[in-house]
Design a protein. Structure first.
Length: 560
């Protein structure tokens, strides 16, 4: 795809007050150097299935500093690109460390396909909201930047591939043989990530705006781990083993390792191998290590953790893996296994201004849909007998009844944690306990109905989806009617008929739904939690330079 020594990146990933990790994929084995603020930091590449990567840890920086940086591979300067080269001409890429006490300003969103940014791509997939934000940041000196961006899943689509991806697949293998147009192996994943992160503006954005990520289903496959029957069926195919192994191994490389803080990297068994090999003359090959890890965690989700938590000035962000840590056996189904629930329980604490819980799947779906999912789970477990159980499983897969509502055990456990935090029973109650999610191809705000008193929290759900993968127009109306009107009364009724226990609280829609491609930016302000959903608008046919427009502004204040 490229002859440049730098294949992909740099991406600035985990950042704290004094350090940052910078991720790159290189064409060849070599030593990668990052220079910033008069210092330099190095790391040798490691190899995975013929691809070369490095994560350079830059430390000893001043808190709240903004340092332009350069990247070299061996002795060749590879970043930033020359002013007149492709991708050149944008502002210098910087490492911005966290500033102590600065209130958090964070972008978030999910579901982004990688098609071209011209007229044809915009006609089929709408304008890329992330690229529109990048353009604003790169060209408007008055723009206020987020401190980081949190990608909440479906960063890449391994199942629904674009024509460009399919061209690559066809060059390698017969597309009429399984898995057809879907991804087969690590090599194809590497190409998929390259397509997602190579557009010059997005590449510039990721080189300068720190990012955190968590997968959802499409990073692996639609409905990933929706049920035991689903898992049994797919494991019988000829191609699944290679897919799940390459999906999780590439996830570790492209997404997960950059999420980790210094302490978490130190404790990570795979990273320990990377560090131990730093002084070796030859390049470390991590292929088998990562394939083994992927195989193991698919068999035993408790053997590794993809979730993580971050503390910013006065607020905490907990990002939960809602896909890989599931228990699927019908008699003990749970969205989170016991160890993951215990970990989350330890992180769900007060004594912060806001507690944010990132979960790719909305914790609070529109209530009607929630109860339809709960009913479906109960029927699938045999509440109405064996034959309905089979149809229940078919319906689950056909219409994606696979969110928290379809996993009542974990829903009730996490709901209880959220309530205890909000009641001030786990330290001083924050102003809000706020779930951040994506996945559903529309955006909205909902809130748990609960009495407000001084010293209690509001419990909020914020959803931002898609960044670029809109529902077809006719489906938007159907979704809105179904989710917000029809499902309401029916959902609760059918759930009762299958003896689904009531949720411990009711919740209602506060704002939305909106169906625009969008990226949300939230800000911890004195007057409350301010959230804007932003979208790109093409003017005068200028597809390449969309204007960043506001879809909606919402302030979650203390008054409720
Ligand atoms: Fe999803």
């Amino acid at each position: 795809m490229t002859t440049s020594p730098l294949v992909l990146g740099p991406l600035v990933r985990h950042v704290d007050e004094t350090s940052a990790s910078v991720w790159v994929e290189t064409r060849d084995a070599g030593r990668v150097t990052v220079r910033a603020d008069g210092g330099s930091w190095q790391a040798p590449t490691f190899r995975v299935h013929g691809h070369h990567y490095a994560l350079v840890v830059v430390d000893g920086l001043a808190p709240g500093s903004v340092s332009p940086y350069t990247v070299e591979v061996d002795d060749a300067r590879v970043w930033p690109p020359a002013e007149d080269a492709e991708g050149g001409g944008y502002p210098p890429s910087v490492i911005a460390t966290l500033k102590p006490g600065k209130p958090l300003r964070m972008a978030f969103g999910s579901c982004r396909t990688s098609v071209d940014h011209g007229e044809s791509g915009n006609a089929t997939h709408g304008v890329d909201a992330l690229r529109s934000l990048a353009l604003k940041m790169a060209t408007d000196e008055t723009a206020r930047w987020p401190d980081l961006v949190l990608f909440l899943g479906d960063q890449v689509y391994a199942d629904e591939t674009t024509e460009e991806m399919q061209r690559f697949i066809k060059e390698r293998r017969d597309i009429d043989e399984p898995p057809g147009k879907e991804l087969k192996d690590y090599e194809e994943y590497a190409h998929l990530y390259a397509l997602a992160w190579s557009d010059p503006l997005n590449r510039w954005l990721l080189s300068t705006l720190p990012s955190l990520m968590i997968f959802d289903d499409h990073d692996v496959r639609d409905d990933w781990n929706t049920s035991y029957a689903w898992q049994q069926d797919i494991r019988r195919t000829s191609w699944w083993h290679e897919r799940i192994v390459s999906g999780l191994a590439s996830y570790w490389v492209y997404q997960h390792v950059g999420n980790l803080s210094g302490d978490e990297r130190d404790a990570d068994p795979v990273w320990q191998r990377v560090v131990a090999a730093h002084e070796r003359p030859d390049e470390l090959d991590l292929s088998d290590v990562l394939d083994d890890l992927a195989e193991r965690v698919d068999e035993d989700p408790t053997s590794y953790r993809w979730s993580y938590a971050r503390d910013f000035a006065g607020v905490r962000l907990v990002v939960v893996d809602s896909r890989a840590a599931r228990v699927l056996e019908p008699d003990r189904r749970s969205l989170l296994d016991d160890e993951e629930l215990a970990w989350l329980d330890g992180k769900m604490r007060g004594d912060v201004k806001h507690l944010f819980v990132g979960t790719s799947l909305p914790f609070l779906l529109p209530a009607g849909l929630h109860y339809l999912e709960a009913w479906n789970e109960a029927v699938g477990n045999g509440a109405w007998g064996r034959r309905p159980a089979k149809y229940g499983e078919q319906l689950r897969r056909a219409v994606d009844l696979e969110h928290w509502g379809a996993f009542q055990h974990a829903f009730h456990a996490v709901a209880a944690m959220a309530q205890e935090v909000a009641d001030g029973r786990r330290g001083k109650a924050p102003k809000t306990v706020t779930f951040l999610s994506g996945d559903v191809h529309h955006s909205y705000v909902s809130e748990v109905d609960r009495p407000h008193w001084a010293g209690s929290s509001r419990i909020i759900q914020l959803v931002c989806s898609p960044i670029r993968n809109p529902l077809p127009r006719k489906m938007r109306f159907a979704t809105a009617v179904l989710a917000y009107a029809v499902a309401g009364p029916i959902g609760k009724l059918v759930a009762r008929s299958a003896k689904v226990p009531d949720a411990p609280f009711r919740w209602r829609n506060l704002a939305g739904p909106w169906f625009d491609n969008s990226i949300a930016v939230l800000e911890d302000r004195d007057d409350g939690l301010a959230v804007s959903w932003l979208t790109g608008v093409v003017e005068h046919g200028d597809n390449e330079h969309p204007r960043l427009d506001v879809v909606a502004d919402v302030v979650i204040d203390d008054a409720g």
